[in-house]
Design a binder for this molecule. Structure first.
Ligand code: NAD
Length: 288
């Protein structure tokens, strides 16, 4: 097992995931380009270089593939990095993951494509799912650390990009559920039925899904819109899904339609708006 852990990117997911690692026995070195995000028990470092120099395994939780690959290029250019393990938990799509893997492996390190699911709520409860594609031996070696912040770890393949494929298809389903449920609830409201009643019925009926079960009762109905996932990041995932479905050549009657909804949402809201606000966007569109 690694003697020292590094953690880069302490945002809505990274901060709570890292906080649980910090509660374990292995020292954790932390860095985010925004200062003061280091959780209790972690050691804040002023640079990426200091984290990488001191750690043998480094976790990344960064917004997108461009940023991950910029960080990965910086890591690969540092001295004495051979033998280190880089575990990327960001959602970046298969091509960006393969690019990052090539850079990391070129510098004598191991790259693991390990996106996560479960949202900020899952991260706050140490209950996320890790979708691991990379050496199984490394998963086993890190299992005790992964168990500190996740409930399920799946080894989906040995090749970087496979984890991203599973993550993207999951988020396409989640994005579709949230968009379709918003329209369906608006239809019920237009008939004078209360939102809570609609949710109570569907939750125990065949239309049930994660939006009906969780996002609507907990984030939309109370008007808090605080699921902890930015609309532009979900839109990035839908965009990546469509891009790689095209490449795979599999059926895609739904993808482009779902993308239209999330493009509209991103265009209608200020940056860093919660994705559950899709309901508000569609509601306003209804009235206009
Ligand atoms: P976020 O924007 O809240 O966090 C990203 C963090 O990275 C920020 O703290 C930012 O300051 C930092 N950062 C950006 N560029 C950096 C750099 N060059 N060096 C160091 N730090 C840098 O995003 P998030 O919601 O935590 O998501 C992180 C990743 O996980 C994304 O790829 C996202 O798609 C994915 N994801 C998010 C959720 C969710 O529900 N929020 C769930 C699963 C997966």
């Amino acid at each position: 097992a690694p003697k020292t852990i590094g953690f880069i990117g302490l945002g809505q997911m990274g901060e709570p995931m890292c906080a649980f690692i910090c509660k374990g026995d292995t020292p954790v070195l932390c860095y985010d380009r925004v200062p003061d995000r280091t959780p209790k028990g972690g050691t804040a470092k002023d640079s990426l270089a200091e984290v990488v120099a001191g750690a043998d395994t480094v976790f990344l939780s960064l917004p997108d593939g461009k940023i991950v690959n910029a960080v990965v290029d910086d890591i690969a250019a540092l001295p004495n990095v051979a033998g280190k393990v880089i575990i990327d938990m960001s959602t970046i799509g298969p091509a960006a993951a393969k690019q990052a893997a090539a850079t990391i492996e070129g510098a004598g390190m191991t790259y693991v494509d390990a996106p996560v699911s479960g949202g900020r709520q899952g991260a706050l409860k140490a209950a996320i799912t890790i979708i691991w594609s990379g050496p199984k031996t490394e998963m086993e070696r890190h299992q005790a650390i992964l168990d500190l912040f996740s409930k399920n770890t799946f080894h989906v393949g040995e090749t970087p990009g496979q984890g991203q494929a599973v993550k993207l298809l999951n988020n396409f389903l989640s994005a579709t559920a949230m968009a379709a449920s918003s329209e369906a609830v608006l239809f019920g409201l237009a008939h004078g039925v209360e939102m809570k009643t609609i949710l109570d019925v569907v939750k125990v009926s065949t239309g049930n899904n994660t939006a009906i079960e969780d996002k609507f009762p907990n984030r939309v109905l109370p008007g808090t819109y605080d699921a902890g996932f930015f609309a532009e990041l979900l839109n990035k995932d839908v965009r990546l899904y469509n891009e790689f479905v095209k490449e795979a050549g599999t059926s895609n009657l739904m993808g482009e339609r779902v993308a239209e909804v999330w493009n509209l949402v991103e265009d209608s809201l200020p940056p860093q708006s919660d994705f559950t606000r899709v309901f508000e966007v569609l509601e306003k569109r209804n009235r206009s």
